[in-house]
Design a protein around this ligand. Structure first.
Ligand code: ADP
Ligand code: ZN
Length: 632
C-alpha cells in the first residue's frame, strides 16, 4: 500500500569491449617447467631403483663373465650380474654406470653378445636421443594447451596469463560509437566535458599558451544517471579509444596485484594516446586512507600507484582520466588535489525535461503508435534515473511484442512504468473480500486526503491490483510541475496523506493492519527530516540536529547532537506524527460518506483515475465545509 515513487536499482549493463590478446608466454613457461620437473622426478625414481657403480666395476664383471644382462642406453649402461639375478630374479638390470668415454658402443655390443650376454641396445634400436627430444616436445605442447585452457577458464586470460596484468579486466574500445546525442539532458555535465574533448582533438592549442589541462575529472552522481555513458560519449566525440575498468577490479586477492594492474593500465593507455581512461566506482580504490572507512594496505598500495601514475603522465600526451563515484565524500583528499581529479562534474537525476529527452533518446529506434504521450510518462517518473527510463522503454517494447502489436502504445508505457517502479501486476494474488475492502479503504484514505487538501500533489491513479513488489495497492500522485522546494505546509500535507491509509483503517473498521508499514516508515523519516534538517519544528526551530553524509548514495542523515537532544527529537517527531494522524482521522470522519462512496466504487472498478476521484470530490465539495488546515 504505497504511495507512488521510488526508483529501481541501476540496471545499466557494461558492454563487452575488445579484449587485448592474452599472453602465451607464461603458460608456455609453466608447461616447460612442469615437463622438466616431471622428467627430473622420473629420473630420480629410476635412479633410486638401481645401484650406481663405476666403469671399472662394470668391466670387472664383464671380464669375469659375471654379466647376465645389459641394456645400452644413450646416456648409461644398465646391467645385471649373475649373482644379483640369482638373488632376486624379478629385478632386472640392478646396476648402472656411465658410458665409456669415446667407446664404440657397437663394438661393445658385439663383444658382449659374443660372450653370451643378453644385450638390449636402445641406442641403435630407436634413435633414443631424437625420440626423447620429440616426446619432450609433444609433452610440452600438450601441457601448454592444457595450461592455456585452464587459465582461460579461470576468467578471461586468467590467473596465469594475467598475472600482474590488467589485461584480464580492462575493456578497450577503439570506438565507443556513443556521442553526446545519445546522452539526454545533463547539459551542464556535457558543457564541462566539452573542453576535454576539445583538448583531445587539439592539445597544441592549449600547450601553446602554456595552459595546463586537467588530467582527470570526477563524475559524481547516483547509480544509473549515465556517468559511464557520458564518459563513453566523451571518447566518442573526441574519436579516441576508451579504456574502462572498475575500481573493484583493482582490489585483488593478492597483495600488489592492484598496483600492478594500475601500472599496466596506464602503460597500455600510453601506447594508444590520446585516449580516455574511465575508472568506474573509484571509491573502491580511492577510499580515504585514514582508517575511518576501513581501508587496507592492498587498497592503499593501489591508490598510491594510481596517484603516481596520474602525476607521472605528461598532460600533453593526451590521456584524460575520468572516474565515476556516488560517494565523493569518502574519497582520499589526495585524489582530489589540483592536477589530479580536481574537476567535479555533477551528473544529476534528470528533471522533467531531462526525463522527456531520455525517453526520446531511447524510443528513437522503437515504433511508437500515435497515442503515445511521452511527456505524461516523464511527468510520472519523477526521481527515476536514465537507467530506469531505458528499462521502462524496453519493457514497453517487450510488452507490445507479447501483445502481438506492431507498435508501442501509451498503455504499454504506463504498464511498464508500473513494472519498473512498482513491480509487475500480480494477477493471481487472491485477497479475501475483507482484505480487499481494507486495501480499498486504505488507498482511498490516502487519496481522499490528498484530494481534499490544498497543498497536495494531485492524485493520478488509485489501484487495488496487487503488485509483485508486495504492495497490495497504491495511490499514485503526480506533480503538475517539477518541484525543487517544498514548503512546510506541503510537507505537513504529505504527512497527513501518508498516514491517511492507516487513519482510514482505524476510522472505518477500528483495526490496524500491517499494510501501513511502508507508509509509517516514510512518514517517520519525513517527520524526522522536518525536525532535524529543515528547521520546521516549534521545539528546535532552526537548529539542525543531523547532517547528511552520503548525499549521492542514500542521502542518509546522521544525528549530530547530544543524547538528550536526540531523545527530545524523537519526542518531537512523535508529536508531528500524532498531529498528522489526528488530522487525518478527523478529515476522514468529516468526509465519511465520500470515503465510503469512493471505496465502494474502487472495489468494483479496481483502478480509478485521478479525474474520476476528483469528479466525486467536486460533486460533493459544495455540500461540505472546506477542510481546515490544521496545525500539528
Ligand atoms: P552509471 O554509470 O551512472 O551508473 P550508466 O551510464 O551505466 O550509469 O547508465 C546505464 C544506462 O542508462 C545507459 O546505458 C543508458 O542506456 C541509460 N541512461 C542513463 N542516463 C542516460 C541519459 N542521460 N540519456 C540516455 N540514456 C541514459
Ligand atoms: Zn498506504
Amino acid at each position: 500500500m504505497d504511495l507512488n515513487r521510488g526508483n529501481n536499482p541501476n540496471n545499466g549493463k557494461k558492454p563487452e569491449g575488445e579484449r587485448p590478446k592474452g599472453s602465451y608466454f607464461t603458460p608456455l613457461m609453466i608447461a616447460l617447467i612442469l615437463v622438466l620437473l616431471f622428467s627430473w622426478i622420473m629420473n630420480t625414481v629410476e635412479k633410486s631403483q638401481y645401484t650406481e657403480t663405476t666403469m671399472s666395476d662394470f668391466f670387472e664383471a664383464k671380464n669375469s663373465g659375471q654379466l647376465a644382462e645389459v641394456e645400452l642406453r644413450y646416456d648409461r649402461i644398465l646391467y645385471m650380474t649373475k649373482e644379483e639375478a640369482a638373488k632376486d630374479p624379478s629385478r632386472q638390470k640392478a646396476c648402472y654406470t656411465g658410458l665409456p668415454s669415446g667407446g664404440d658402443m657397437l663394438a661393445l655390443e658385439r663383444e658382449l653378445i659374443a660372450e653370451g650376454v643378453t644385450v638390449n641396445n636402445q641406442i641403435v634400436e630407436d634413435n633414443s636421443m631424437i625420440m626423447m627430444i620429440l616426446s619432450y616436445a609433444i609433452m610440452i605442447g600438450a601441457m601448454f594447451l592444457l595450461m592455456n585452457m585452464l587459465t582461460k577458464r579461470m576468467g578471461g586470460d586468467g590467473i596465469m596469463g594475467g598475472m600482474g596484468k590488467s589485461k584480464a579486466k580492462v575493456y578497450m574500445e577503439k570506438q565507443t560509437g556513443v556521442t553526446f546525442k545519445d546522452v539526454a539532458g545533463q547539459d551542464e555535465a556535457k558543457e564541462s566535458l566539452q573542453e576535454i574533448i576539445d583538448f583531445l582533438h587539439n592539445p597544441q592549442k592549449y600547450t601553446a599558451i602554456g595552459a595546463k589541462l586537467p588530467k582527470g575529472a570526477l563524475l559524481v552522481g547516483s547509480p544509473g544517471t549515465g556517468k559511464t555513458l557520458l564518459a563513453k560519449a566523451v571518447a566518442g566525440e573526441a574519436n579516441v579509444p576508451f579504456f574502462s575498468i572498475s575500481g573493484s577490479d583493482f582490489v585483488e586477492m593478492f597483495v600488489g596485484m592492484g598496483a600492478s594492474r594500475v601500472r599496466d593500465l596506464f602503460q597500455q593507455a600510453a601506447k594508444v594516446a590520446p585516449c580516455i581512461i574511465f575508472i568506474d566506482e573509484i571509491d573502491a580504490v580511492g577510499r580515504s586512507r585514514d582508517s575511518r572507512y576501513g581501508s587496507n594496505s592492498e587498497q592503499e598500495q593501489t591508490l598510491n600507484q594510481l596517484l603516481s601514475e596520474i602525476d607521472g603522465f605528461e598532460p600533453s600526451k593526451g590521456i584524460v582520466c575520468l572516474a565515476a563515484t556516488n560517494r565523493p565524500e569518502i574519497l582520499d583528499k589526495a585524489l582530489l588535489r589540483p592536477g589530479r581529479f580536481d574537476r567535479r562534474i555533477i551528473v544529476d537525476r534528470p528533471n522533467l525535461q531531462g526525463r522527456l529527452d531520455t525517453l526520446k533518446v531511447h524510443t528513437r529506434k522503437i515504433k511508437l503508435s500515435e497515442d503515445v504521450d511521452l511527456r505524461k510518462i516523464a511527468q510520472a517518473t519523477a526521481g527515476a534515473v536514465g537507467a530506469d527510463l531505458a528499462n521502462l522503454v524496453n519493457e514497453a517494447a517487450l510488452r507490445a511484442v507479447r501483445m502481438g502489436r506492431q507498435a508501442v502504445n501509451q498503455e504499454d508505457l504506463l504498464v511498464s512504468f508500473e513494472t519498473v517502479i512498482a513491480g509487475t501486476e500480480k494477477k493471481n494474488t487472491v485477497l479475501t473480500d475483507m482484505e480487499k475492502r481494507l486495501v480499498a479503504y486504505h488507498e482511498v484514505g490516502h487519496a481522499l486526503i490528498a484530494a481534499l487538501e490544498k497543498h497536495s500533489q494531485p492524485v493520478s491513479k488509485i489501484t487495488i491490483v496487487p503488485h509483485t513488489s508486495g504492495a497490495l495497492g497504491y495511490t499514485m500522485q503526480m506533480p503538475e510541475e517539477e518541484k525543487f522546494l517544498s514548503t512546510a505546509d506541503e510537507l505537513r500535507t504529505e504527512l497527513r496523506t501518508l498516514v491517511g491509509g492507516r487513519a482510514a483503517e482505524q476510522v472505518v473498521f477500528g483495526i490496524q493492519t500491517t499494510g501501513a508499514s511502508n507508509d509509517i516508515q516514510r512518514a517517520t523519516s519525513l517527520a524526522r527530516n522536518m525536525v532535524t534538517q529543515y528547521g520546521m519544528s516549534e521545539k528546535f526551530g532552526l537548529m539542525s540536529t543531523a547532517s547528511v553524509q552520503n548525499q549521492y548514495l542514500d542521502g542518509q542523515a546522521y544525528m549530530d547532537c547530544s543524547q538528550e537532544t536526540a531523545a527530545e527529537v524523537d519526542k518531537e517527531v512523535m508529536r508531528l506524527l500524532d498531529g498528522a494522524y489526528t488530522d487525518a482521522k478527523r478529515i476522514l470522519t468529516e468526509n465519511r460518506q465520500l470515503l465510503d462512496e469512493i471505496s465502494e466504487f474502487l472495489l468494483v472498478k479496481e483502478t480509478i483515475t485521478g479525474d474520476e476521484l476528483m469528479a466525486y470530490v467536486n460533486a460533493d465539495k459544495n455540500a461540505l465545509p472546506a477542510p481546515e488546515q490544521g496545525e500539528e
